[in-house]
Ligand binder design. Structure first.
Ligand code: NAD
Length: 495
């Protein structure tokens, strides 16, 4: 387990200038352009990364295409691919402390959370898909006698991966490990405000024996790198996690280019529903507070809405306010901090504007809503709670992606379901009740990709994560994720 003195040493370590990885070689952007990396912890300059452009994307896609076509990866026995992925997992674990600290210096997540959610989770994902590599079978279709219909799962070819900044290692691993397990090659574009730990991950993949050209990475802005990847004529599948507006763009890029398949894991406005019959309301309040305030709300499944049965509404809000008020905000590299930084100044300013709008829309501000720890030079907003949020306000309808909770009272189960389902999103939901029939009814009727019962946010790599509605159309994790990166090919044989 990582301890504070090790963290204090690692936070002083110098960080190399970030370079792209194309065909197994670390290279600058073609025109030598770089962009600054600013730490959200104190607003200081950390290092530079390559500011890629479409010409760099072209080179990366070309390397990935050559590597795919010559079979250096796709033609390996699945078990051999699996061994490399499992070696990557081992090496991530060995480097976990540095990966975690590097990531926190870049994006501000609390280290106590980052260590598990980032390197250790990514290692678990590589291990899982490494083990799964040689466990997927093809099919023999039930055709008429004298014919044989074989269904093969074949790799799609070159996969483009675009990820956000909140959990760069975990989310990249979900996509890369599954795409590689299926035999594809990859071009990865990290978020410009959280590239550093991903660049180290890509190095580790090569150190573990992943052949050159199989995993390429190009850093830079969404418009300079993400858009050319989305528009590329030689990318077969694009797997994206990020915001809805960019997801829409990617679908348009696909339509305007080669009709590549696009899988979108987008945002949410997930609600937890607390019934008066829930067991141990103190514990429920703790879970509900963690569900929105961990990683400062920069979690796709964050429960940013809280629906509370009217009879307990007032008391329950008090419990939440007490817990939120006691959270330790500040340096995310302090192991005792549980409210870290917002990943960038731009995101912090957006959250503050959303809070101002919520007040103007009539929600009652009970806590927070302003920048804190200004003297650090970093980007901090403490836990923020609004009560009696109007259902049609943007506070209730739009994702904020910050530590902002909207509370609403309800009277009946029917009303709770109606309120919970009344947004464009459908990523996650939570239900707290001791009534088992009610719990099952809620699971059935809540419109969400995952419904948590008497807990929130629990998950592992064995279960799929993906939304419905405008939360997206794809699933990460579990054996199902392999299908995103495979084509079905039929062999029809006349005997
Ligand atoms: P974002 O959409 O702004 O950026 C995501 C990525 O897309 C970044 O790498 C960015 O550079 C790139 N990008 C930006 N513009 C682009 C363009 N025009 N073309 C191609 N690429 C472009 O998202 P973000 O602010 O980094 O992350 C927050 C969002 O991610 C939230 O909406 C959150 O809910 C979502 N998210 C979803 C999940 C999930 O599994 N559903 C997980 C984590 C985060």
């Amino acid at each position: 387990m990582i301890n504070q003195s090790e963290i204090n040493n690692l936070r002083q370590a110098s960080i190399p200038v970030g370079q792209n990885m194309i065909d197994g070689k670390k290279v600058d952007a073609s025109d030598g352009a770089k962009m600054d990396v600013i730490s959200p912890i104190d607003g200081t300059f950390l290092t530079e990364i390559a500011a890629g452009r479409s010409v760099d994307v072209d080179k990366a896609v070309q390397a990935a295409r050559i590597a795919f076509e010559d079979g250096r990866w796709s033609s390996l026995a699945p078990a051999a691919r699996g061994k490399v992925l499992q070696r990557i997992a081992e090496k991530i674990v060995k480097d976990a402390h540095w990966l975690a600290v590097l990531g926190v210096r870049d994006n501000g997540t609390e280290i106590s959370m980052a260590i598990k959610a980032e390197p250790l989770s990514a290692a678990g994902t590589f291990r899982y898909y490494g083990e799964l590599c040689d466990k997927q079978y093809g099919e023999i279709a039930p055709t008429a006698p004298g014919t044989l219909g074989l269904v093969h799962h074949t790799p799609v070819g070159v996969v483009g991966v675009i990820v956000p900044w909140n959990f760069p290692l975990m989310i990249s691993a979900w996509k890369i490990a599954a795409a590689l397990a299926a035999g594809n090659t990859v071009v990865l574009k990290p978020a410009e405000v959280a590239s550093l730990s991903i660049l180290r991950l890509v190095e580790i993949c090569h150190e573990a024996g992943l052949p050159d050209g199989v995993l390429n990475v190009v850093t830079g802005t969404g418009l300079d790198v993400g858009a050319p990847l989305g528009q590329h004529m030689d990318v077969d599948v694009l797997a994206f996690t990020g915001s809805g507006p960019v997801g829409r763009q990617l679908m348009m890029y696909a339509a305007q280019s080669n009709l590549k398949r696009v899988y979108l894991e987008l945002g949410g406005k997930s609600a937890s529903v607390v019934f008066a019959d829930a067991d141990n309301l103190d514990l429920v309040a703790k879970v509900a507070a963690g569900a929105i305030f961990r990683n400062s709300g920069q979690v796709c499944v964050a429960s940013s809405r809280l629906l509370v049965e009217n009879s307990i509404h007032k008391d329950f809000v008090e419990k939440i306010l007490n817990i939120a008020g006691e959270m330790k905000l500040g340096d995310p590299l302090d192991l005792s901090t549980n409210a870290g930084a917002i990943a960038s100044q731009t995101q912090m300013n957006k959250i503050l504007q959303d809070c101002d709008r919520a007040v103007a829309d009539g929600a009652e501000l009970k806590l927070g809503g302003a920048q804190r720890a200004v003297e650090t030079g970093g980007f901090y907003i403490g836990p923020t709670v609004f009560d009696n949020a109007p259902q049609d306000s943007s506070l209730v309808q739009k994702e904020i992606f910050g530590p902002v909770l909207a509370v609403q009272p309800f009277d009946t189960e029917e009303e709770a379901i109606k309120l919970s389902n009344d947004t464009d999103y459908g990523l996650a939901a939570g239900v707290f009740t001791q009534n088992i029939n009610r719990a099952h009814r809620m699971v059935e009727r809540l419109r969400a990709g995952v419904v948590h019962v008497n807990t929130y946010g629990g998950a592992d790599v064995t279960v799929p994560l993906g939304g419905v509605g405008q939360s997206g159309n794809g699933h990460d994790k579990s054996p199902h994720a392999l299908n995103k990166f495979q084509n079905l090919k039929t062999a029809w044989i006349q005997l």
